[in-house]
Design a protein around this ligand. Sequence first.
Ligand code: FE2
Length: 213
Amino acid sequence: MMQHSMFSRRSLLAGAGVALMPLLPVLAAGLVPTPEQTEGPFYPAGFPADIDNDLVRVRGQAAQAMGQVLHLQGRVIGLGGGARSGAMVEIWQCDGRGIYDHPRQAGRDRRDAAFQGYGRMLVDSEGRYSFRTLKPVAYPGRTPHIHLKVATADGRMLTSQFYVAGDPQNERDGVFRRAIRSPGQRERIEMKLEAAPGLEPGALATTMDIVIA
Ligand SMILES: [Fe+2]
């Protein structure tokens, strides 16, 4: 629907000449923002000792977290596509058994201690971030997802969640459904996973740009 109305406005402008020229920069800055979604009850109550961008390994432990490794990377950008350098990106998710490292989590003692569960990083000058984490799994009541929170250098905050594209549980998930009000928003929160044997055997990779107005 949005694309359709964009198209008709463009056609209108094409025929309208100079009078509407001031509108053009607005149309050019046309990226759909990443939709805001609930933080949920499991944002860390206290941060783990290791909070780097590799959630699959906890510093000082030999074991690697159970699950399929996912390399999640992308850029934090504005509506015009420019880097939002200086932004801080945080992610958190449950372990391979569906258990969060959180006091509200039932059965927390059964969690995978080799999974960091939370990580953060500052984007580089191009707005780039990257995490080595796990392909998210479902837990009762939710489709698989990764939570994220971004704070920009100028004080804007975005809280959202990423999902696995094509997972049939998405369409039955209330949080997912509320976040999707246009095809453009779906693209912002659905991760298209690809095999990435070049990065590491058996791993998946995905690129998700985070667009903040
Ligand atoms: Fe969650």
